[in-house]
Design a protein around this ligand. Structure first.
Ligand code: TRP
Ligand code: ZN
Length: 857
């Protein structure tokens, strides 16, 4: 959309804005194609700020009038904003602009979704609403007047008045423009209330389209739990009289933490047993918590500039993970998070899009809302906490809230509170924020037996080496601080050295355990104590031993995962048979009814095709996506066959007889049940799945049955019935669209996706629907990488079309191509051609241009 050459912004160029804002008053006269926004802003020069022109951001605005202290002025307007001569002292800026929400398909700024007005301002969307210093370090109180016929008109903070055709809001807390929000439409609410720890009553509301009222109760409970948890665990209390949440269908991401007025993708808030899976419920609970926790980590303490994004996002992801661990199972949450980290963050860190947790430059900030900033950012905080201990962490956080409340802060501020609260020097630790790439950690062991007089005097040494491969712009990496949690087991399976946190700071470093009677079996990187790739050559026997005996739930799971990976790699590389020892060892854990069913279900989850492709690539083998898929398919059938007689018993254990509840216990059973049903379906052609589909009274069971039927090639009538049953429910139809593509046999996936893009309910305007089809295609590894390039072509076609409407979502989805250098020359040539075709599109957005440019390298 920008014709000028894209500009790169650098962290090192940060300069403060030359004015502070005392107060912002906004009036909105709503009209779909001609909304008027009238602003009145009190500016005062900041003493000591660098000299600069008075510049306000503004994009796609029609300036009607501008005044300074009541006198008309004529600013110099460019596509990025305006400059204007201003008085030396304080002054009042007034502007009237016109914008067109109805034609705003980018879903950034003020736009319309299903006839309702809503906003999305993070990161730089406020400049599409009015002229303003749209940067997070400029904070102000906002008073907002909304004029329009809509029944419900909301903005940030507390309501201060309303009448026929108008409503006014005041937010008493100074905030950056990215936290501004406005919603207006024919909404209905699901009300609730909360009394804070100091006894203040807060009105809670979830606002939805009429017809969705019955899908709000779960989110409301999640909100209350989040509010209680943040009081109990972090001492953080809510700070205004109302908390509004609005569900919006057309939304680029999950949700947004606007002060007092969170706006959610409807998929991240609406839930009912009939329409939502257990995974949907869990995700909703986590996102509600995440956005609520931002009230302190993000809003009360915000970011000085967008390079500091991980300051709020890494910390808030860390906090929502703690919350989920407390509400559900900590082990299951940890394992799920590591699966997710490896699936989304590792490929980013290992490819052309690698960037530090705190990037040092960008063209389009929207491209940096990444797994690295969010998930690796959270991992870095987890390591900090491991290094300083729970108490040190609590002291540091108390100091952070105390010292920085009301600030726009930096990573330096963040680390300083840890240094001041704990006396630790974090200079080296800070590399986690500046060095991109996943460290590789290798380890060697040395056993020195005791003498015959002192049999207990054996010593065991672990020698670690760390190495971080180069990444774009960073050829050489310095050693990082790695907390390595290690426990030792003796050959009987008893733990002889409980978990110890080894702190590695050098490139190569040894740690010795003395006083041992026999050579131990090490359990290394327990709980995944650092986000690294552990390269340990250990025997199959040792892995099987840890799978059977490790007292650390994560590493026990990891041992099973390593066995699975090695077995699959041997099948793919050498045409090996399925490793029976792996299946038998796994069976003993999965059949252990003393273990949590959710954990047992995770044990049954095998490494993804994409992860296996990366392993092969690192072994110097060019991955063949179809061969990977075939090996996994063969292994799954072998497993089902080998466990044939045990399946009915497992199925019975997974049965839930109580009325549906989305709690962790029931969800865990259903997850186990789904895995067992998948095995059963490989033996009975889908008969059991069909029975479950026919009798299912909740979406979790219905969808897991449908998945099995598709895989068994027996889903034709089920898909039709599902379609007819749910065609009126947007969120369920997203599942219908997505599942068919995700589970399609590789040779068909691109064709299934292409057919679905012609379905009358497919639309480019709704990111959920677009992602359901094209995102699922990118996720069907062998289908996407079909040798003739049909998958690449289809995705590129649709990204080129979407870019004119929605650059943000287009750019994000380009990351499907980020792993292209793993594959053979023919595939690389096909992908390169598609990337170049996207690059050559006329009027390519800055968002997509930056992404494709980086991927091409
Ligand atoms: N700050 C939001 C969160 O993490 C995410 C977000 C950033 C976002 N930019 C967005 C959401 C654009 C929607 C659209 O909670
Ligand atoms: Zn967030």
């Amino acid at each position: 959309m920008k014709d000028a050459a894209p500009k790169t912004i650098y962290l090192k160029d940060y300069t403060a804005f030359g004015w502070t804002i005392e107060e912002v008053r906004l009036t909105f006269r709503l009209a779909p194609r001609a909304t008027r926004v009238i602003s009145q802003i009190r500016f005062a020069p900041t003493s000591g700020a660098p000299r600069q022109d008075f510049f306000l951001h503004g994009e796609d605005l029609r300036l009607i009038a501008a005044r300074i202290d009541g006198q008309p002025v004529t600013p110099t307007v460019t596509p990025e904003g305006l400059t204007c001569d201003v008085p030396d002292g304080p002054f009042t800026w007034e502007a009237e602009v016109e914008i067109s929400p109805e034609t705003n398909t980018a879903l950034e700024g003020l736009y319309m979704s299903n006839g309702m007005y809503c906003t999305q301002c993070e990161a730089e969307g406020f400049r599409k609403i009015t002229y303003y210093p749209d940067r997070p370090d400029v904070m102000a109180t906002f008073t907002v007047r909304i004029e329009g016929d809509e029944a419900v008109k909301l903005s940030n903070g507390n309501p201060t008045g309303c009448g026929e055709g108008w409503a006014e809001w005041h937010d008493p807390w100074p905030k950056p423009a990215y936290l501004f929000a406005l919603v207006a439409g024919g909404l209905v609410n699901h009300p609730g209330s909360f009394t804070t720890m100091s006894g203040r009553d807060v009105a809670l509301n979830i606002w939805v389209r009429p017809g969705d009222e019955h899908k709000c109760a779960f989110a409301m409970e999640a909100l209350k739990k989040s509010m209680t948890w943040d009081e109990e665990v972090y001492g953080r209390e809510y700070d205004i009289d109302v908390f509004n949440i609005v569900a919006v269908d057309d939304f680029n991401m999950g949700a947004m933490e606007n002060k007092g007025l969170n706006i959610f993708n409807s998929a991240a808030v609406l839930a009912s047993p009939e329409t939502s899976t257990d995974m949907n419920f869990e995700r909703i609970e986590a996102i509600i918590a995440h956005e609520y926790f931002h009230n302190w980590t993000g809003n009360r303490i915000t970011c000085r500039d967008w390079f500091q994004l991980c300051l709020k996002e890494g910390l808030t992801v860390f906090r929502d993970a703690q919350f989920t661990s407390d509400m559900r199972s900590a082990e299951v949450k940890r394992i799920s998070d590591v699966i997710d980290l490896r699936a989304r963050q590792f490929p980013e860190d290992q490819g052309p899009l690698a960037h530090p947790v705190r990037p040092e430059s960008f063209q389009e900030i929207n491209n940096f809302y990444t797994a690295t900033v969010y998930e690796k950012g959270a991992e870095v905080i987890g390591m900090l906490k491991r290094l300083v201990g729970d108490e040190g962490y609590a002291r540091a956080l108390a100091l952070y809230f105390d010292r920085h409340d009301g600030d726009a802060a930096t990573i330096e501020d963040w680390l300083k509170v840890f240094e001041d609260a704990t006396g630790r020097d974090l200079t080296q630790f800070k590399r986690w924020y500046s060095q991109a790439g996943t460290p590789r950690l290798s380890v060697e062991e040395h056993w020195q037996p005791g003498t015959s007089e002192a049999a207990q005097g054996g010593s065991y040494t672990l020698t670690f080496r760390q190495h971080t491969p180069p990444s774009p712009g960073q050829d050489v990496k310095e050693p990082q601080v790695l907390p390595i949690a290690v426990g030792l087991l003796n050959p009987n399976g008893d733990e002889i050295v409980p978990t110890r946190m080894l702190e590695m700071t050098e490139t190569e470093q040894s740690f010795t355990f003395d006083g041992l009677a026999s050579k131990p079996v090490p359990s290394i990187l327990r709980g995944f104590s650092a986000p690294v790739v552990l390269e340990r050559q250990s025997s199959r026997e040792e892995r099987a031993f840890l799978l059977a005996h490790d007292t650390d739930a994560f590493n026990r799971w990891e041992a099973g995962r390593d066995l699975a990976r090695d077995a699959l790699i041997a099948m793919i590389r050498d045409g090996a048979e399925v490793d029976g020892a792996w299946l038998d060892g796994l069976y003993r854990v999965v059949a252990d009814s003393t273990l949590d069913p959710a954990y047992r279900a995770l044990m049954l989850n095998t490494p993804s095709d994409s992860e296996l492709a990366q392993v092969l690539f690192e072994q110097g083998v060019v991955p063949d996506p179809q061969a990977i898929w075939d090996a996994k398919d063969r292994a799954a059938t072998a497993r089902a066959t080998r466990w044939k007689d045990a399946l009915p018993g497992l199925m019975a254990e997974a049965r839930v007889d109580a009325p549906f509840s989305p709690d962790a216990d029931q969800a865990g059973k259903r997850a186990l049940g789904a895995a067992v049903l998948a095995m059963q379906s490989r033996l009975d052609g889908g008969a059991a799945a069909q029975a479950q589909f026919d009798s299912a009274d909740n979406m979790t069971l219905q969808l897991s049955a449908l998945t099995c039927l598709i895989r068994a090639g027996a889903a034709e009538t089920a898909l039709t019935r599902f379609h007819d049953q749910w065609q009126g429910d947007r969120l369920v139809m997203d599942k219908w669209f997505g599942l068919q593509v995700a589970v399609a046999p590789p040779k068909d996936a691109a064709d299934v996706a292409a057919t679905l893009t012609a379905h009358p309910l497919f639309t480019l305007k709704n990111p959920n629907r677009f992602r359901a089809v094209l995102g699922a295609l990118a996720g069907n590894h062998a289908g996407f990488h079909r040798a003739d390039g049909a998958g690449y072509r289809l995705l590129a076609d649709w990204l080129i079309t979407l870019d004119d409407l929605n650059p943000q979502t287009t750019a994000r989805m380009c990351s499907a191509f980020q792993t292209w250098k793993r594959y053979d020359a023919a595939r690389q040539a096909l992908i390169r051609a598609e990337l170049e075709r996207i690059m050559a599109k006329p009027k390519l957005s800055r968002d997509t241009g930056e992404m494709v440019g980086r991927i091409l390298g």
